[in-house]
Design a protein around this ligand. Structure first.
Ligand SMILES: Cc1ncc(COP(=O)(O)O)c(C=O)c1O
Length: 416
């Protein structure tokens, strides 16, 4: 059997797929401390609320039958889109109508569509790339281009902060955006670092994108108004040149695969059309589950009052545990500003982060080595890529605490 170029590209076992298989196999062995994944926590109050919502739907006449028995349109559940547009208009003053929204099967799927809409081989034969102006960036972008050499990426500037913290910034001095760039993309809050790009940085990137007449894609999977896993002040922006992508996953519904694209009409319609070809329509259970809570505003209240404090406490608790355990190990931690992760930078680590991953796996502790989070920077030999790890703090405290102790002990051995 012969696969096409497409087939080869998408089955060549990207590094991330190998890593995910490895993590999956390790987990299947049991008794692993999982500080490596991106699964959101099972927050009891949130799960109870979704259970109640499902019961309400089941109790409605024909509620269950219509939820499972009807296709939505290719743009996604129209009633949900309507209430979401209203909520965004009222909350942020964004000029959003239903025509500006399209749903996808998870936001991962949205990035695939968006990247390939704006980059790759263009209609005039030219080639364009998606630019990540600040890497480290989300691992899931790495293989989402239909052609090779699809991404461009820039190193950040590093601000050293007190108490062993640091923060990445966009290095605007080094950010030349050439005509080969078709879109700019950032995750905010950022997976893996927990960074939240400042309002100034976002406005500056927005201005550059407008000047170049290319879209600015903001991945808001952890952002406001839901799930709002942000511990710092950050103003959300949307305008006709931005594409804001949201998701119901980190709210606690990752298995309902619901992504939300908010963009100018032309782009939202394009997503709807791609949906039609690729999957007829996005699944509608997530939209149905979230609809009443969006209509009443409860989704924002739940995010602000339960989800955000839940993760914020865990972030700072984990930071404290690392400080206690690491002692004078030369480690800096990215200022935790959101998402589910701490990003640790071991300066001049005597082995690579990949080796550290293996050593920790042998001690039944799973993290993700940092070098995976540099999509578009394959040819950049920056040593920093091999000195960082991502640690997820979404698991139970006992698991995270035990994992922190093992990580700290192992790196102490390595430096010694
Ligand atoms: C930054 C970021 N964007 C997008 C996604 C994709 O999420 P989903 O496809 O579940 O919406 C993730 C998942 O971990 C993520 O961390």
């Amino acid at each position: 059997m012969k696969f096409s170029k497409f087939g080869k590209k998408f089955t060549h076992k990207a590094g991330i797929t190998q890593l995910m298989d490895d993590l999956g196999a390790a987990m299947a062995g049991g008794d692993m401390l999982m500080l490596g994944g991106g699964n959101p926590a099972h927050i009891p109050e949130v799960q109870a609320r979704f259970r109640k919502q499902m019961e309400t739907i089941l109790a409605e006449p024909k509620g269950f039958e219509s939820m499972i028995g009807n296709y939505d349109g290719s743009r996604g559940n129209a009633a949900f889109i309507e209430v979401l547009a209203k909520m965004l208009r009222e909350t942020f003053g964004w000029e959003i109508a239903p025509k500006n929204i399209a749903l996808t099967n998870g936001s991962q799927n949205a990035f695939f569509c968006l990247f390939n809409l704006f980059a790759g081989e263009m209609a005039d034969g030219s080639k364009k790339k998606v630019l990540f102006p600040l890497t480290p960036e989300y691992i899931g972008y790495a293989d989402a281009g239909l052609s090779d050499d699809f991404f461009a990426a820039r190193r950040p500037s590093i601000e050293l902060l007190e108490d062993g913290l640091f923060k990445y910034h966009v290095d605007f001095d080094a950010l030349q955006v050439g005509d080969d760039i078709g879109a700019i993309c950032v995750s905010r809050p950022t997976n893996p670092t927990g960074n939240v790009l400042t309002d100034t940085e976002i406005l500056h990137l927005d201005a550059i994108a407008r000047e170049k007449e290319i879209p600015f894609i903001i991945d808001n999977a952890y952002g406001t108004p839901f799930p709002d896993i942000i511990y710092t002040d950050a103003k959300p922006i949307w305008n006709s040149n931005t594409v804001v992508c949201m998701s119901l996953s980190k709210l606690g519904l990752p298995n309902l695969r619901t992504g939300i694209v908010i963009a100018r009409e032309e782009i939202a319609s394009a997503i709807s059309e791609i949906n039609g070809v690729m999957s007829l329509a996005p699944g509608g259970i997530g939209a149905r589950m979230a609809m009443d809570m969006v209509r009443s505003g409860e989704i924002m209240q739940m995010s602000q009052e339960i989800i955000q404090p839940f993760y914020e406490r865990k972030a700072f608790q984990t930071l404290e545990w690392f400080r206690e355990e690491l002692g004078d190990v030369p480690c800096r931690i990215h200022k935790p500003e959101g998402a589910l992760f701490l990003w640790l930078w071991f300066q001049d680590l005597p082995c690579s982060a990949a080796e550290l991953y293996e050593r920790l796996k042998a001690r039944k502790t799973l993290i993700v080595p940092g070098h995976y989070f540099f999509p578009g920077m394959d040819h950049d030999d920056w040593s920093h890529k091999h000195e960082c790890i991502r640690v997820t703090y979404a698991q139970d405290d006992a698991v995270v605490h035990e994992g922190v102790k093992i990580i700290a002990n192992e790196v102490k051995n390595i430096y010694a």
